[in-house]
Design a protein around this ligand. Structure first.
Ligand code: ACO
Length: 336
């Protein structure tokens, strides 16, 4: 996987501060040790200091003493973060007492560190559910300027080298927004194209998928995809975006030629955008499990800073790769 090596090398060339709120989780701690050893990022671990140190000894980890540890029970900026959270959420009814309590929650601390400029990105989710990881991020870090919706993309390294970039296809939304409106779907399409551009280094050919190709079926669900396509093309006229396309018309040249002969994208899509989360989440897991693809993600897009949610079934290398990806996104944001 050359692409991941490139992402890791780019991260090493300009080290970013990445916070790992699940500092006492074994896979997270092992990944932190490797990341520090390889010089990929400056790692901040949130968790009980003694527990982290004891775990590092028991697991034989040599580099954890070089991580910054933030102990939720008692850390230097607790009051600063409490006040920051209170200011951000008081209009939503949060009291200072509630803010103080949440400023001791590792998932809130991670996001508050980013908001306060003390970290550049966050990776969590080896222990916590997607909702619990995303909620503080959506409340504190919020969406990027010009964006109203957050979504999750996967880099799918499939074995079918004839598709995408040597089998690599970017898929979204597989993780966040259950039932996007046409306008939200348009944003998801454009931000997935940007993710492909930033990480894959190839011009995106974005297909917004449906069970219909260019009017072959009539249904309100199809209408949503047609509207989303028109909106997405207006949002970013420089990007090749087309819909509504069925998956085979999007991917297979002969089928694309037959079903959508005038489409710039049909038959050569390298970015697949799903009409709902139900489709996206099921589809990526089927491609992964039945198709034998390596899935890297979800890479959250549309957020004002890189925050990524791991699957609870993640491996040490998943944590490692997501830290490198977050670091790349932080570097790209700083270079904008
Ligand atoms: N984009 C941008 N902002 C959002 C989004 C979104 N998609 N969803 C919610 N928000 C904002 C809201 O506007 C709100 O902001 P505010 O409080 O400042 O007004 C804040 O986030 C919280 O919103 P709620 O509606 O209270 O949050 P909710 O409880 O609905 O949680 C969440 C949002 C966590 C994203 C929810 O929609 C969810 O659970 N989605 C599915 C996640 C999931 O389970 N994915 C599948 C597993 S992942 C995998 O398999 C890889």
């Amino acid at each position: 996987m050359d692409l991941i090596n490139q992402i890791v090398e780019r991260a090493k060339s300009n080290k970013q501060r990445i916070v790992l709120p699940e500092g006492t989780e074994v896979r997270t701690l092992k990944a932190a040790d490797l990341l520090i050893g390889d010089g990929v990022a400056d790692i901040i671990l949130v968790g009980d200091t003694t527990e982290i140190k004891n775990m590092a000894v028991n697991l034989g980890l040599k580099n954890i003493d070089k991580a910054t540890i933030v102990d939720p029970k008692d850390y230097e900026k607790k009051e600063v973060y409490t006040n920051l959270l209170f200011e951000l959420r008081k209009a939503k009814g949060m009291t200072i007492e509630q803010a103080a309590k949440l400023a001791a929650d590792p998932l809130y601390i991670g996001c508050l560190m980013i908001k306060n400029g003390d970290a550049d990105g966050e990776i969590a989710g080896a222990q916590n559910t997607t909702g619990d990881v995303l909620r503080p991020a959506l409340q504190i870090i919020k969406t990027a300027p010009g964006m109203s919706v957050v979504s999750g993309a996967f880099l799918m390294f499939t074995t079918q080298k004839q598709y995408g970039k040597d089998g690599l296809i970017v898929m979204a939304d597989c993780a966040v927004t259950p039932d996007p409106t046409a306008a939200q779907l348009a944003e998801i399409a454009v931000s997935t194209g940007h993710t492909a551009r930033a990480l894959v280094g190839e011009e995106p050919q974005v297909a917004i998928l449906s069970f219909s190709t260019k009017g072959s079926a009539k249904h309100p669900m199809v209408d949503k995809v047609i509207e989303a396509t028109q909106l997405a093309q207006k949002l970013d006229p420089t990007m090749d975006i087309d819909g509504e396309l069925q998956a085979d018309a999007a991917l297979v040249a002969a089928v694309g030629q037959q079903k959508a002969p005038d489409s710039k994208v049909a038959g050569k899509a390298n970015v697949l955008v799903f009409p709902t989360l139900e489709v996206g989440n099921i589809a990526y897991k089927l491609v992964q499990r039945l198709g034998g693809a390596e899935a890297i993600g979800p890479i959250l897009q549309g957020m004002a800073a890189p925050v990524h949610d791991l699957s609870r079934g993640c491996s040490v290398s998943d944590v490692y790769n997501m830290v490198a990806i977050a670091a790349n996104q932080a570097i790209a944001a700083k270079n904008k």
